[in-house]
Design a protein around this ligand. Structure first.
Ligand code: SF4
Length: 479
């Protein structure tokens, strides 16, 4: 299927889309396949191998536990953080996982749950191959189930290719065929910014309108708008949850949650929402969302978990500080939010099509850089930018994130990730403002900067691509 706004903005759990959401989705897909082929009840043993970046930073990113949950049949879209805690506590206590127990409501039925095999397997049984990179992508994982004689019943390899997207080995051609077919069905197919702008120009449409028209091939407009509203509500709930949670973030780095304290101080300093404090508020929103992500909370992958705070922060700016925002009624606000997310998603499509949104593939420029670029486009759109100005905003934001490496301390999505989201949100707002001061004409096109990002990522040393083997990850002493 062509990439939808609902592929780029999905609900999941933290801390990482490529290392938590993707692996859980892959393990879930594997057991769902076993169930479809009637193999679950014959399973007596399991093998899980993680490769490359998943093995190198999987511990800090929650990959191992995400895989166990996926093998039990939990999926990241629906699992609640409290269910995660309960299931992991049970797995650790019993030393067993219940293969596929959560599929199709099986867990709700006592006799069905009893029929699900309990297999001795836990985090220590996951085999790690950090120095082995499978040919397709550095985030590789292989699952195998064995029968009671030790023979392999089924074995599949998956890749987590960024933003929670997964690809099964052997299914690539079918995916490409489906993608081509669904692109052909769209009224305004595009892979490049040049194609996107050409559609806008020929039919007099905005970038958000082009994206919406393509969405309507698979969903009616009411469903699209309701889905976008839900995305925004989950972003809001994520921020609100973080503002109530104090203490240290998990993982052993002793990083203190700052959002509740900042919120208290900001409400004292700025009780009447003076626009002079806009920067402090967007810093707070970015911080809050990323603290929630770092603690395994429920977030919107936008377009990745590590970069999940940027779009909510810029959307907060749009809905609080855009001219006239204070007088918007609910319907107008809903329309503004939808336009923002649609324009941001259109730019996200360009990064997925021409480069990558995976930190393990191209460094943090693909995660935080892409999110900043998408947010700049969304903001320029709702501030009345022409398609050329929106494209210019997206280009400026990425141009000044080029070369950004991924070097999370301790392999945790905390330092530099949390503050980096706040900085990138500011860049996005500045990029939109700069673009709106011009007439849309500019030297470097968005397509050129996307290709440059891809090539910079290709040349970047592996130690700066989500392996925690370089940069801050090795120069800062963990405490
Ligand atoms: S440094 Fe950037 S790419 Fe790496 S984990 Fe943090 S947010 Fe993700």
């Amino acid at each position: 299927m062509a990439i939808s706004v609902f592929d780029l903005f999905t609900v999941g759990i933290g801390p990482s889309s490529s290392h938590t959401v993707g692996p859980m989705r892959a393990a879930h897909a594997f057991v769902a396949g076993l169930q479809r082929h009637g193999m679950i009840q014959r399973a007596a043993g399991l093998r899980v191998d993680l490769y490359g970046s998943l093995a190198a930073t999987g511990r800090g990113h929650g990959t191992f536990t995400a895989v166990l949950l996926g093998l039990e049949g939990f999926d990241p879209e629906h699992v609640l953080p409290e269910e995660v805690d309960r299931a992991l506590e049970r797995i650790e206590r019993s030393g067993e996982i219940r293969l596929g127990a959560e599929l199709s409501g099986a867990a709700a039925l006592d006799d069905a749950a009893a029929a699900v095999p309990a297999i001795r397997f836990g985090v220590p049984d996951v085999a790690l191959h950090p120095l082995t990179v499978l040919p397709r992508h550095t985030n590789g994982m292989r699952f195998a189930v064995l029968d009671d004689t030790g023979a392999t019943l089924d074995e599949q390899t998956y890749f987590s290719v960024g933003g929670g997207f997964i690809v099964r080995e052997g299914a690539e051609e079918a995916i490409l065929d489906r993608l081509e077919q669904s692109l052909a069905e769209q009224p305004y197919p595009f892979r490049t910014a040049a194609e996107l702008l050409a559609h806008c120009s020929s039919d007099g449409m905005t970038i958000a309108e082009v994206m919406l028209a393509n969405e309507l091939v698979t969903r009616d407009e009411a469903t699209v708008r309701a889905g976008l509203e839900r995305i925004w509500q989950v972003m809001e709930a994520c921020k609100d949850s973080a503002l109530t949670r104090t203490g240290l973030l998990p993982g052993g780095l002793n990083v203190r949650r700052r959002a509740p304290e900042w919120h208290r101080r900001l409400r004292e300093q700025d009780p009447n929402r003076d626009p002079v404090f806009w920067q402090e508020w967007i810093n707070l929103v970015a911080l809050a969302v990323n603290e929630e992500n770092a603690s395994g909370g429920r977030v919107v992958t936008a377009p990745t978990n590590g970069a999940a705070g940027i779009i909510p922060a810029v959307l907060f700016y749009a809905t609080h500080y855009a001219p006239g925002a204070a007088s918007w009624g609910p319907e107008q606000k809903q329309r503004v939010i939808a336009d923002f997310l649609l324009a941001a998603a259109a730019v996200g499509v360009l990064y997925k099509e021409q480069a990558s949104i995976s930190g393990a593939e191209v460094g943090c420029q693909g995660e935080v850089g892409s999110a900043s670029s998408m947010a700049a486009a969304g903001l320029a759109q709702i501030l009345g930018g022409t398609p050329e100005q929106v494209e210019n905003a997206a280009e400026i934001a990425m141009e000044h994130n080029l070369g950004l490496t991924c070097d999370p301390i301790g392999g945790l999505v905390q330092i530099p990730c949390i503050e980096r989201n706040a900085i990138a949100a500011s860049k996005a707002i500045n990029a939109a403002k700069m673009a709106l001061m011009g007439d849309g004409s500019h030297h470097v096109s968005l397509d050129e900067v996307i290709v440059t990002m891809r090539e910079t990522g290709r040349d970047m040393h592996t130690k700066y691509k989500e392996t925690a083997l370089g940069g801050l990850a090795v120069n800062v002493i963990e405490c």
